[in-house]
Design a protein around this ligand. Structure first.
Ligand code: IFM
Length: 468
């Protein structure tokens, strides 16, 4: 038996565990200038020279804007319970405030209905980084006004589709927006200023909290949460310097977001580290941020190894690396989940992203992406292990449904379990997608064993309707 066989997988997932696949609007939709959509900061960023590895853009991407019906059928064919996608804010509200674009809203309305018709739960992210460029012109996330525009946007979207979606996520990976977008500047909008970045992170968190309050005031029924990119931090050596730096990095990536959400305060050591670059916080902000979550989304890819002098080379550990040069480190996911449970009053957790980019070998119409399958298998087992130790994980989503625009890496890095030929837009299931489908079939068979009453009810219904 190989370790890729479905029969060697853990069986302890409860019948209502949610299995899914994930994407985001800018990475797959294309249709960037169609039907009233306004430009986003990523549309503008891609126009700059030397910021995207292959000088590409999101004008067409996977052309999901035109191919969504076939894509929904493909998602259904995988046998997943849920599809996580994001709304392009400038598609539905081109200026980021005021007038709504009916054609944009209609697009997502139809997508939601098609998913439901195929028995797939829509899980919606409101901000997966593509801020309307018009808002950037007035300061973007660094401007406190954007917080209020986001709340208006969240309410507008929820009023249109919130009755049919299972989950609404405010932000995807606020650390990325703040740090990569405003400190290192390698992502849109390309700003390099630490004080701006810390202010942005505060505004993202504040807008998350205020949006949750507003959505609850509107009596939205969808589960409400936020998605954080988290990784365990390991010191490269036992030296005091490496350990101190590791604690700080842990503060910047994890505690900076988790502490205000769950404990009502930013971590003191990080505030001290930021000094004059710490954000301006108004009275009541932290209370607003600390809204109760229905779920916490966790995106996990690898661990981080930290050395004070920056001398750690990822090849040193000898672990397999993905095409992003990220270590394959599944035990880090168990470690992270246990730590979350130990340190915070966590709500149900959904692994909202997990997956890997590898160079795919397309031979005779088949992609034998054994490394990706092995990655997924090992990480699902890591989730199972955390659950056995009491961590309340309720769902798992593969990143990504299909190859797509990998931000500053352009189209060169392929995370999909479905291959996309960008010339023809043809989708081809990779072996990992076939493996996931078989794994989910086995999970469902297990569910039927676990729920014999429902099974016989379903069988009765089928007999009654003649539906086979
Ligand atoms: O592609 C991204 C996604 O948009 C956010 N999380 C990480 C993925 C891989 O880099």
């Amino acid at each position: 038996m190989t370790d890729l066989q479905v029969s060697s997988m853990p069986q302890n997932f409860p019948p209502d565990f949610v299995w899914g696949v994930a994407t985001s609007a800018f990475q797959i939709e294309g249709g960037a200038q169609l039907d009233g959509k306004g430009p986003s900061i990523w549309d503008r960023f891609c126009q700059q020279p030397h910021v995207i590895a292959d000088a590409s853009h999101g004008l067409v991407a996977c052309d999901h804007y035109h191919r969504w019906q076939d894509d929904v059928k493909m998602i259904h064919g995988l046998g997943v319970d849920a599809y996580r996608f994001s709304i392009s804010w400038p598609r539905v509200q081109p200026l980021g405030q005021g007038a709504w674009n009916t054609q944009g809203l209609d697009f997502y309305d139809r997508l939601v209905d098609a998913l439901l018709a195929h028995n797939v739960s829509p899980s919606v992210t409101l901000n997966h980084w593509d801020l309307p460029d018009a808002l950037q012109q007035t300061g973007g996330w660094a401007n406190r006004e954007t917080v209020h525009h986001f709340v208006e946007y969240a309410q507008g979207v929820a009023r249109r589709i919130g009755d049919r979606v299972s989950a609404l996520t405010t932000h995807n990976e606020p650390w990325v927006v703040a740090h990569l977008g405003h400190e290192s500047g390698i992502f849109a909008p390309g700003i390099k200023n630490r004080a701006t970045a810390s202010q942005v992170s505060h505004h993202l968190l504040l807008s998350h909290g205020l949006a949750l309050q507003a959505l609850r005031a509107d009596r939205q029924q969808a589960q409400l949460g936020i998605v954080l990119n988290l990784a365990p931090m390991h010191p490269a050596t036992d030296s005091a310097e490496d350990q101190a730096k590791t604690k700080l990095e842990d503060g910047l990536l994890l505690r900076w977001y988790l502490d205000p959400i769950f404990n009502g305060a930013y971590p003191e050591d990080v505030l001290e580290h930021l000094g004059r670059d710490a954000p301006q916080i108004q009275s009541g902000d932290l209370a607003a941020i600390g809204q109760t979550l229905d779920f916490l989304g966790v995106n996990y890819y690898s661990r981080s190894v930290v050395s004070a002098k920056g001398t750690w080379d990822v090849k040193q550990s000898g672990l397999p690396l993905t095409d992003m040069s990220w270590e394959v480190y599944p035990q880090g996911l168990t470690e992270l989940l246990l730590r979350l449970k130990k340190d915070y009053p966590v709500p149900p957790i959904v692994i909202t992203e997990n997956g890997a980019a590898f160079v795919d070998d397309f031979q005779n119409g088949r992609i034998k992406d054994t490394q990706r399958t092995s990655y997924l298998r090992q990480h699902i087992a890591a989730v199972s292990s955390a659950m056995k130790q009491g961590v309340p994980v309720v769902g798992y989503m593969v990143w990504s449904l299909m190859d797509n625009f990998e931000w500053a890496s352009g189209y060169a890095k392929r995370f999909g379990i479905v291959h996309v030929d960008y010339e023809t837009q043809q989708r081809t299931l990779k072996d990992s997608a076939i493996w996931y489908r078989e794994f989910l079939t086995a999970q469902k068979a297990q569910r039927n064993l676990d729920r014999p009453a429902e099974k016989s009810l379903a069988a009765e219904k089928q007999t009654a309707t003649g539906d086979r």
